[in-house]
Design a binder for this molecule. Structure first.
Ligand code: KG4
Ligand code: ZN
Length: 328
């Protein structure tokens, strides 16, 4: 069972072929990060135009790298939610056309769920589990009953964690996307220098809020006239605050669910300091992170997750694009 996956929810144009949900035959990621860097964030209209130009070459390359022709595929999977509407429509329209022309079933995959599936690929699967997605567009906790059964229990009420990383990076004159630069800077800093706190949400002790800490960082820079020599300490203090917050809410969900494992997905999960911190915080739990090329937006996680969905007959050639995050 070989599935072609298509991903275009934000600013990565990606195509991949995955066999039986785990065996990655190709994983092509054409990132537009450089194009959006001058805007300090993703410019939606430009993103969709780039998908128009780059989608078919990415698919051709993915098939070529897998050493396959279209007649050897068994299905097409596409990330149809959530994301930027124009970008989503590009991937979905391409997938619908190819599914008609090549006479292949079409499987819609929730992009954020696939971020969690990414950390299950070629790894042990231990359920019930909890899941944490920390990307540029999404931050949420979920209860996981199987590799396709996810129930979101809390999310951010404002910025996503990756977005907060990107915004404080911009305040420290670091390029977009800022997460990896903040991580690098923090290595040289003292996390005890600045007292920062990431937000709590009264209505839901599992929910996240990152807009307050972002404003605190801006105020610190202004009030104390901080400059490049202070930024390593600021980056380290920021990371300490947001990682402690993640760990507190993970701990609460572990207590509620009694789960034994944690699957983490999304771009921020690449952060090595976060990985080390969480492993040391929960030594009795199994914590799974995606392989590097599965952390950022990619189509292998889409093609991978489509396999168990297909087996449960979850296919629909009339799937629609849905820009908002769908609870459940
Ligand atoms: O999952 P992703 O590629 O895209 C979305 O679906 O949003 O995540 C991108 C985000 C960006 O905000 C980027 O700054 C952040 O992930 N990121 C990191 C690191 N690498 C990427 N944040 C912190 N530390 C990193 N090493
Ligand atoms: Zn993503």
């Amino acid at each position: 069972m070989k599935i072609l996956g298509i991903e275009s929810t934000c600013d990565e144009t990606a195509a991949a072929v995955v066999e039986k949900g785990e065996h990655i035959l190709s994983n092509v990621i054409d990132s537009q990060a450089e194009v959006h860097a001058k805007f300090g964030g993703v410019f939606p209209e430009i993103a969709s135009r780039h998908h128009v130009e780059r989608m078919l070459p990415a698919i051709e390359l993915a098939l070529g790298k897998a050493g396959l022709v279209s007649s050897e595929l068994d299905a097409i999977a596409v990330a149809n939610k959530p994301g930027l509407m124009g970008s989503l429509l590009m991937g979905l329209t391409t997938a619908q056309c190819l599914s008609l022309v090549w006479e292949l079933p079409l499987i819609g995959v929730n992009h954020t769920h696939a971020h969690l599936y990414a950390s299950m690929m070629n790894q042990e699967k231990i359920f019930p589990a909890i899941g944490l997605v920390i990307s540029g567009g999404h931050t949420f906790l979920a209860k996981l009953r199987s590799d396709t059964d996810y129930q979101i229990v809390s999310s951010t009420v404002d910025d996503a964690l990756g977005e907060a990383f990107d915004k404080i990076a911009a305040m420290m004159d670091l390029p977009y996307p800022g997460g990896p630069h903040v991580e690098k800077l923090a290595l040289k800093g003292n996390p005890e220098t600045f007292s920062l706190k990431s937000g709590n949400v009264k209505e839901n002790p599992l929910a996240f809020s990152f807009s307050g800490i972002k404003s605190s960082v801006a105020r610190l820079i202004e009030k104390h006239q901080l400059s490049a020599k202070d930024y390593p300490d600021l980056a380290a203090s920021f990371q300490k605050a947001v990682f402690s917050d993640l760990s507190l809410k993970i701990e609460r969900l572990f207590q509620i669910t009694g789960a034994r494992s944690l699957y983490i997905g999304g771009g921020v999960s690449q952060n090595s300091a976060l990985r080390t911190f969480l492993i040391s915080k929960f030594p009795e739990k199994k914590i799974f992170f995606p392989q590097t090329n599965l952390s950022i937006d990619n189509a292998a996680m889409i093609a991978g997750m489509a396999y168990p969905l297909f087996q449960s007959e979850n296919t629909d050639s009339k799937i629609k694009a849905a820009p908002k995050i769908i609870k459940n």
